[in-house]
Design a protein around this ligand. Structure first.
Ligand SMILES: Cc1ncc(COP(=O)(O)O)c(C=O)c1O
Length: 479
């Protein structure tokens, strides 16, 4: 275990590098204009330090690359699938593994298999693709996370916790028959990579199971959550990451996994199911949308790297350094007075755009504008997690105006150094120092689904009111 009283360093050395290029401010101004002020539409070549996402952007280890050479590219029954299946069973304990090309394919399948028209799905805060698949299957997501999760400045060690009274109220209101499952994420992405405690997860699992309701686990960042349980939850300080991860999974019936995060691979995921009948249905479905049930859209070599990544993800020195780098960046930014989400979470530093740009109305998308401004300043790419990501309320059609209006600086695993973090912090602080001059944005193109990926915007001057920009306010704030 690293000694906390002394400096510590990444538990690896670098043996292959990819050059990155710094552009001029004028080049970046033109790039962001071409990208419609959406950092998703920038070309990666025009980015200096890429903190858009930690999804599929991590560096694989030498062992994972060696595994890539061992790909068994048979259409059916690839050896690599069985290695992946063994790794999932060993580490997480789920009985059946249905491979998918990435996480949202698993979300699609479980939503289609379990949700009926008019059902409700309680969860600890929405995630964009998860909620959309629930809605497309005829369901309605209901947020049952604790209130603190929606308050960026409030300190709470487990902001990913479920408010048990809220969950009980949903069960009382709709009845267990209309709740196919409770959807619980570990390391909740949309509120800043915040963990759920084992104590709370156990209570949720008990409540669901007593009512005959399944528990579906979005386990995308379960190892990161486990680290914070080890550090913050009573009685877990001496338990291993592997042990904590297993204790979490044992509380749940089904899991969806985007291996592009915890598993340190560039593509891949799976649906894991304990019930054999449900697994058969999922296997029958995967052949329609993804590929045979022994590859599910991945190459054999991808499954091999994934299997190795599962074991690497629960290595303490890895996960400690991974989250430690996020905290290094977060403290550096916060020490300069920049408002961020507290506590600092696991996979990124989340800037609080409402407090950063209080003069920009939420319907002029302050977080989107701030992400664009940081890019122009330094070539650092981040992403909006606020009113654009949240989308429109299906009933009112208005922007959802979530309480959290955030810019996410997301750290790929094992990719950037401490010097890169210093550059990022310097840029954010410089933008903070001239924040009064930053205005908002308005849509020029708004796609129907997951609009944050492909929307385009144009700037409106600082001080513009939404109504002057032709925007009528319809939706009421949601929590
Ligand atoms: C919490 C969470 N769930 C699900 C997904 C969806 O996974 P994928 O992007 O692999 O489809 C993501 C991806 O960002 C995520 O962060």
């Amino acid at each position: 275990m690293p000694n906390r009283r002394r400096s510590w360093a990444e538990p690896y050395k670098i043996k292959m590098v990819e050059p990155i290029k710094m552009t001029t401010r004028n080049e970046r101004l033109s790039a962001i204009e071409d990208a419609g002020y959406n950092t998703f539409l920038l070309r990666s070549e025009d980015v200096y330090i890429d903190l858009l996402t930690d999804s599929g952007t991590s560096a694989m280890s030498d062992r994972q690359w060696a595994g890539m050479m061992m790909g068994d590219e048979a259409y059916a029954g690839s050896r690599n699938f069985y290695e992946m299946e063994d790794a999932v069973r060993d580490v997480y304990g789920y009985r059946n593994v249905i491979p998918t090309h990435q996480g949202r394919a698993a979300e699609h399948m479980i939503s289609q298999l379990l949700i009926k028209d008019g059902d409700v799905i309680p969860g600890n805060m929405y995630f964009t693709t998860t909620r959309l698949h629930q809605e497309l299957a005829g369901g309605k997501f209901v947020d049952v996370i604790i209130d603190e999760a929606h308050q960026p400045e409030v300190l709470h060690p487990f902001k990913g916790n479920v408010h048990l009274d809220k969950l009980q109220a949903v069960i009382d209101e709709y009845g267990a028959d209309r709740i196919p499952y409770v959807c619980i994420a570990t390391s909740v992405n949309m509120c800043g990579g915040q963990p759920i405690s084992l104590e709370n997860f156990r209570a949720v699992s008990d409540m669901a199971h007593e009512n005959g309701i399944l528990v579906v686990h979005d386990m995308t960042r379960v190892a990161e959550n486990a680290l914070l349980i080890k550090e913050r939850e009573k009685d877990y300080a001496d338990r291993s990451i592997a042990d904590i991860v297993r204790s979490i999974c044992d509380l749940t019936d089904v899991a969806t996994m985007s291996s592009k995060k915890d598993h340190l691979v560039n593509i891949g995921g799976f649906l894991a199911v304990n019930d054999d009948d449900l697994a058969d249905k999922a296997r029958n479905m995967v052949v329609v949308y993804e590929g045979l049930h022994t590859y599910g859209g991945m190459a054999g070599r991808d499954m091999q790297a994934l299997a190795i990544g599962i074991h690497e993800s629960i290595d303490y020195s890895h996960i400690y350094a991974r989250v430690g780098q996020v905290h290094y960046l977060g403290h550096k930014i916060a020490d300069a007075g920049v408002p961020i989400v507290w506590p600092i979470g696991t996979h990124g530093v989340f800037l609080d755009a409402k407090r950063f740009l209080p003069h920009v109305d939420q319907d002029l998308f302050p977080a989107q504008a701030l992400a664009a401004e940081i890019y122009v300043d330094s070539g650092v790419r981040s992403m909006e997690r606020g009113n654009v990501s949240s989308g429109r309320d299906p009933v009112t059609g208005g922007n959802r105006r979530p309480n959290l209006e955030l810019v996410r600086l997301t750290l790929p695993r094992r990719v950037y150094t401490q010097a890169h973090m210093d550059v990022v912090a310097e840029s954010v602080i410089e933008v903070w120092d001239r924040r009064d001059r930053i205005g908002g944005l308005e849509f020029t193109y708004e796609p129907e689904y997951l609009r944050f990926f492909q929307a385009r915007f144009r700037p409106v001057p600082a001080g513009t009111k939404p109504v002057e920009a032709g925007i009528e306010r319809e939706a009421v704030a949601t929590t």
